[in-house]
Design a protein around this ligand. Sequence first.
Ligand code: HEC
Length: 367
Amino acid sequence: MDITRWLKALEDTRLADGIRHSLYAFPLLESLHVMALSVVFGTIIIVDLRLLGLASTRRPVTRVTAELLRWTWSAFAAAAVTGALMFLTNARVYANNTSFRVKMLLLALAGLNMIIFHRTALRTIARWDRDSATPGASKSAAALSMVLWVGIIVAGRVIGFTTTGAEAKAAPPSIENFDDFLSGAADGAAPTQTGATARAAHDDAANLTIKVLMDTLVDPSGDFLFESVEDIADERGITHKAPQTAEDWAAVRHHLQVLMDAPALLDVPGRRAAEPTDRSRNPASESQPEEIQRLLDGQHADFVLRAERLRQAAAVGMDAANARDLKALFAAISLIDKACESCHLHYWYPNDERAHQAAKEEGGILE
Ligand code: HEC
């Protein structure tokens, strides 16, 4: 199975999502992880120092280990659990992080070192349990253990510096000379580097497809509005959800404005439906990009009209929002919904009989 998909599936678990979205979960896990690791490291170092003949030399080795190893293992379990939970939140980034890989490798080596020590030097413990100077093999195992654990701590610390914001995109190109930037963008003056960058950005905007505009602009604002004014029926009866505070109303106005502005972007002549590679997810009902494109090319004026319906519905909503008239806003949002559906029925899923039937039953949707 594809490991990246598997890691992504870990990131998508509800547990991972919960930790990512909680203000306290990750810092709490990290603190517990560090505390657990200090106990693991601290107790292991005491045993290592005893084996090296540098500390607790008047006590038998078995007594030192008997008293400490319970703590080592309990703390190790806690460190493993907290570590795994942190890993979930950003699995792909951690799995590809060099420090993380080094830390896991060193952990495995520390485990191997321990197993070898148990099978060799420790077998003869009865003979040197009380000696302050232990045999060479156990001294080397102890020294190696210390080195590996110091490495684990250092690598673990570096993970924190090399993964934060690892998924953030590269910074946008900086604009060094504002005049060049403006003239380059406005009239294609001498192609300075910043002017060229600006023009590239401009071309990019002209290349945005309807699908991208839907996904990034129209749909998020539509969803916001559909969810901001609604009747919710649940066990407590019917509650009316509506904007309350000045900020709520400002957000409603913002999203109405987006829907008022979007038609002008949708209408740009030559605007393509989607990239050829954007295959339909439900080909039985939704058309493929080239089918949508054929319709668009043949009837640009009709498309502009349907986009204009969206703009008008949003403008009616804006008047309602300015007057803080909830009833009028509710009606306008239902008009917006119908404008979306009207355009989709015609261009996006013209062959979806069920959608056409539902539109007829609902009424008021111009097909
Ligand atoms: C003027 C026509 C028009 C209007 C108005 C319109 N859409 Fe669309 N929409 C389209 C077309 C065409 C597609 C199909 C694009 C494609 O996938 O090729 C589409 C696709 C979509 C998609 C699917 C995008 C994807 O990733 O496949 C969503 C979601 C969507 N629209 C939401 C909305 C919402 C919400 C509204 C109203 C607020 C709305 N649209 C209004 C024309 C319109």
